[in-house]
Ligand binder design. Structure first.
Ligand SMILES: *Cc1c(COP(=O)(O)O)cnc(C)c1O
Length: 356
């Protein structure tokens, strides 16, 4: 067990009253987990302290060279009062894959898990229970060495903050409109596209603004070289159901390996759908649409779980997939995954972990 020093807040904050109207990611709980890394010393001084500002030198390397890793997962309260995490080991494994790529030291998985459990346990009264709500968990690492000059930092902070959150999209579990970007690119193979790190998101903002200006919710990225093969959406992986077959782009080095993506692949296979992880081009999607075989499109990610897509826009082509409607498989996936997360459906895959 990790030795964690605990300093409880003396000024507990007011919890949100109407948990049915919670925003996403803008309210934070009373406490946070913090741990330091220093070269020669390793990770040390694990602590849970009141949620507070950080004190960093303006020369801290994260501000200049972007050496940063983050994760996102959720805790849920079941009807019988248990607190469940969904596949936290997958997030920990991915965090360390990101760390490896970003020259950030590895965080021992058992220490990471102890930290997650301890801070969630501390603030478990903050887990909202209204439909579609949960406690969003944001672990992250930043480079703190005060130094100008490009190299890996010799010191880091690992922090976990918690945010009671409602639906990721203001309109909840409802179809989203997706803009297919053919000018800007998000990532290329060999880059950092498969790491969860801030740099990927700043790279995406310009196209995101373009999509919003055009009345679209999210950007769907094509590969950075040929701008032909489908990669993923801003913060979601993407699935297509074409003529009965479920298809998602294979992990190729520039796509973020989503935990929800992996769960959806497992579920679709277990239900007997032919399920393929492979290269899929935008031309193939457009052709399927024209033939009337593009049955469903949905995005997958921790924040929104399943986001049914009812419209795709690519160049001058508008593809209304299921205008205003949620496809039956999208609905079944959403009901099943959220049912497992909330302890309402039997967890045959052993995906949930109880925080005791
Ligand atoms: C986090 C993220 C996803 C989804 O991953 P999950 O583990 O399912 O939440 C997909 N794409 C990008 C770019 C992401 O940052």
């Amino acid at each position: 067990m990790l030795e964690i020093r605990i300093e409880k807040t003396t000024k507990p904050k007011q919890k949100p009253e109407n948990s049915a109207k919670l925003p996403f990611g803008s309210i934070f709980t009373d406490h946070m987990f913090v741990m330091n890394y220093d070269e020669g010393k390793g990770w040390h001084d694990a602590r849970i302290i009141p949620y507070q500002n950080l004190s960093l030198e303006p020369s801290a390397m994260v501000f200049h060279y972007g050496q940063e890793m983050f994760e996102g997962l959720k805790a849920y309260k079941t009807d019988d009062g248990r607190t469940l995490l969904f596949r936290p080991q997958k997030n920990i494994e991915r965090a360390n894959n990101s760390n490896a790529r970003l020259c950030i030291p590895q965080i021992p998985p058992e220490i990471f898990l102890d930290a997650l459990k301890a801070v969630v346990k501390m603030d478990e009264d903050w887990i909202p229970t209204a439909e579609g709500t949960s406690l969003y968990i944001r672990p992250f690492v930043i480079a703190t060495e005060p130094h100008l000059g490009v190299k890996a930092s010799s010191s880091y902070l690992f922090i976990i903050i918690l945010s009671p959150s409602g639906a990721y999209y203001a309109n909840g579990f409802n179809p989203v409109k997706i803009w297919i970007e053919d000018d800007y690119v998000r990532a290329v193979r060999g880059g950092i596209g498969e790491s969860k790190t801030g740099g990927n998101y700043v790279a995406s903002l310009k196209a995101q603004e373009k999509a919003h200006d055009g009345g679209y919710n999210q950007v769907l990225w094509l590969d950075g070289v040929e701008r032909k093969y489908i990669e993923e959406v801003g913060a979601m992986n993407i699935f297509f159901k074409i003529n009965g077959t479920v298809i998602t782009p294979q992990l190729n080095g520039s796509i973020l390996p989503g935990v929800t993506r992996s769960s959806v692949v497992d579920l679709c296979k277990s239900w007997g759908y032919p399920t393929e992880e492979r290269k899929i081009s935008i031309d193939e999607v457009f052709e399927a649409f024209q033939k009337g075989q593009l049955e469903e499109v949905w995005g997958t990610g921790t924040a929104a779980v399943i986001s049914p897509v009812d419209q795709l826009k690519w160049k001058d082509h508008l593809m209304p997939v299921n205008p205003g409607k949620i496809g039956p498989l999208s609905q079944k996936l959403y009901d099943t995954i959220t049912g497992i997360q909330l302890g309402k459906i039997e967890d045959t895959f052993h995906w949930t972990l109880e925080v005791k």
